[in-house]
Design a binder for this molecule. Structure first.
Ligand SMILES: Nc1ncnc2c1ncn2[C@@H]1O[C@H](COP(=O)(O)OP(=O)(O)O)[C@@H](O)[C@H]1O
Ligand SMILES: [Mg+2]
Length: 240
């Protein structure tokens, strides 16, 4: 794997990581002062497979996902997207990457869906938001919710809604799906079905970055970045 290729043209046969973080810091300014949320974080996210950001509440997982999602900005250090320092991306380029290449799935199933639309309309809206005409045929079977296209999303269980959320992410045909504790509000059986969808999604060649402290989700990670109080405690699964 290529070393830090910020703003370099990739050479033949050289795979640039999807993300490279080098000594990244994120701090929030609050009325009570500056709160460091992420400190001196260094890791890569490859272009495929499942990368898990693991750590207890308050360890900086959601903050990092917002930086990877080009929603929040890091305050020091460097972060690259496909070999480009994201500080060098124009506002317009950031927005285009967010729209066309990144899908996000949040913890609470209803936050990922449009409540007054049907299942099929949600999939189409997600696809169109990334400039695609519609989700692939067969996606409802793929998600394990066949025949629900005309249902309002509220008629699905929480676990089914979360599987649909990953279907909507998939319909955008992104380079990466960023999922923030996608199983934490589900019972064990529903969570297992969501993990199955997430595994198959990664099998389609989409990179997945999931923040979680769910041991079952953490164990799916080909790479696990362990965080504590905003710092990296250890990284597992990185090939030497
Ligand atoms: N918008 C914010 N304003 C101020 N502090 C924040 C904000 N978001 C997160 N933090 C702080 O940053 C730290 C990391 O939070 P977070 O990224 O949400 O952790 P996690 O997702 O692992 O629970 C916590 O101390 C949290 O209080
Ligand atoms: Mg969080």
């Amino acid at each position: 794997m290529a070393e830090s290729l910020f703003d370099a043209e990739p050479l033949f046969d050289e795979v640039v990581p999807l993300y490279e973080l080098r000594g990244a810091h994120v701090e929030y300014r609050t009325p009570a002062g500056v709160v460091p949320a992420v400190e001196d974080v260094t890791f890569d996210v490859p272009t495929d497979g499942i990368t898990v950001l693991a750590g207890p509440s308050g360890s900086g997982k959601s903050t990092l996902l917002r930086v990877l999602g080009l929603i929040d900005r890091h305050t020091a250090g460097a972060v690259a997207w496909q070999g480009r320092d994201i500080r060098n991306l124009s506002h317009r380029a950031r927005r285009a990457v967010r729209r066309d290449r990144i899908a996000m799935v949040f913890q609470a199933p209803p936050d990922n869906l449009i409540g007054h639309l049907t299942v099929a309309q949600n999939l189409r809206a997600a696809a169109q938001s990334a400039g695609r005409p519609d989700a692939d045929d067969g996606i409802l079977e793929w998600l394990g919710i066949p025949g629900t296209g005309d249902w309002k999303v509220g008629a699905l269980s929480g676990g089914q809604q979360q599987r649909l959320a990953f279907g909507c992410a998939m319909a955008r045909r992104p380079a990466v799906v960023l999922a923030d504790e996608p199983t934490s509000q589900l019972d064990a059986a529903s969570a297992a079905l969501v993990l199955d969808v997430l595994t198959r999604l990664a099998g389609e060649g989409v990179a997945v970055v999931a923040a979680s402290h769910d041991p079952d989700l953490v164990s799916l990670g080909q790479r696990v970045v362990r965080l504590r109080e905003g710092r990296v405690e250890g990284i597992e699964g990185v090939a030497a």
